[in-house]
Design a protein around this ligand. Sequence first.
Ligand code: GLC
Ligand code: CA
Length: 559
Amino acid sequence: MKRWWKESVVYQIYPRSFKDSNGDGIGDLRGIIEKIDYLADLGITMVWLNPIFSSPNDDMGYDISDYKNIMKEFGTMEDFEELLAKFHEKSIKVILDLVINHSSDEHQWFCESRTSKDNLYRDYYIWREGNGKEPPTNWGSEFGGSAWKLDDRTGEYYLHLYSEKQPDLNWENQKLREEIYDMMRYWLDKGIDGFRMDVINKLAKDQNYPNGIIEEGAKHASFRPFSVNIPKVHDYLREMNKTVLADYDIVTVGETSGVTPQIADLYVRADRQELNMLFQFEHMFIDRYPNKWKKKAWKLTDLKRVLNRWQTELHPDSWNSLYWSNHDQPRAVSRFGNDTAFREESGKMLAMLIHMMRGTPFIYQGEEIGMTNVSYENLEDYKDIEIHNLYKEEVLTGRVTEKEFRKAIDFAGRDNARSPMQWDDTKNAGFSKGEPWIKVNNNYRQINVKNALADENSIYNFYKQLIQLRKTYDVIVYGDFQCLNLEDERVYAYKRQLKDEILLVVANFTEEEIDFKLEDIANSHRAKLLLSNYPQVDETFKSTMHLKSYEARTYKIIL
Ligand code: GLC
Ligand code: CA
């Protein structure tokens, strides 16, 4: 079925690092407003803003202390209303981050909740007695340490799957749920166009709170079997849909690590009336094992298997999102491409590979100019709580060396994606006139928006063309997908088809030049080259294509 959000191209803004308008070193809403023309020119049709609500910023806005107000560093409610109106003038939709698995410990609900066992808000959070001197269960938090924190006031523990300043909300409590629904309406009634829902598949917890298995070498058990995709989460989402979402023409995107296409159907198949699409994470794990900090060699066939199954195994009435990066992941070109000799070529190749697939594409700020990972000199230059907790847990206890730690954060640290947006070659990359809250990547003189706009062959201009293609050919949005060379470790080739509209996408994932044979299709058809990441390509369509380093092409087959 046709839906506007299936046809969208989304741009993700991490407001803190996008553009600082007042020189305090922190990106803000007025900074975003300054850049609306830039985004409109790129051609995107929706933006997703990472959390912009009041927060002590223990986890950069994912710890919300007041859901109905704007973080003071980011601006005012008037600024937000202006931002929304100005995006809408350009026909760009705006979705906000909905963080409702947990709040900040500085939220008024939690301040009340912790005061006494019979406080009216006690049950808004998850409180349990300890197990003797031990926490209620052996679960570890996502950011290290136990997932439970003892609170002296009442002698009980509260659950926090993330930092101890992010207590989990108790979704069993109906009053809490109603307050959340009310808050969602507050934003929807302002005219926003939907929500990206933070860790939404963790809302329900196994009410038995069992202990988990502690893997060898680990200190805690994973909470995942007891807090991820627990059946009751679907009751909550259906209730939310019925009570709130169904009344608005909006889009919802759930962040759900730990889902397969079959599990995803339960969240997004249209007749389930829960969400519209998900961020799945399977392709974010092909290069890591056994945890996110450990690099693993990956093969193109691994990537194909994962991406292909998300193209073909979802129910026809389900929908998917497409992405290479976000604020939690390293930069795509550093991770899956080559960020030195072939930064431009591989950045474009990756973009084409994913933008020609079925699903709604998300572009993370800076990806469109090929921004790369950072590596800072001092530990204090890093701002992410996850990195600092890892240091305390692993380096200070002598479990890993300083050098191993550096390697791990260079590879997987979230600050890779959070260095300021590189606008030009002036001081601080044009991001701020003050001291940026986090350091600029020192390659900003070369990699920046100003250069990208001036160069017709830039990655930026390539993204622009990809977006235009999606707006031109229905097959890109709605066509079927078929991978043409599953076992090939060097080239990824696939076909898209919608009735008699057929596209062929071929992408060389290596530095080598390759003679790539595609006999079946090439022998029986003619084709028109729609786009390629090399300026000069032999446009005649042959059964053997000579592909240069990281070369990618999209053809339209002429029947
Ligand atoms: C999500 C966010 C991440 C945050 C976490 C806790 O994974 O994307 O940035 O730390 O949830 O809210
Ligand atoms: Ca600012």
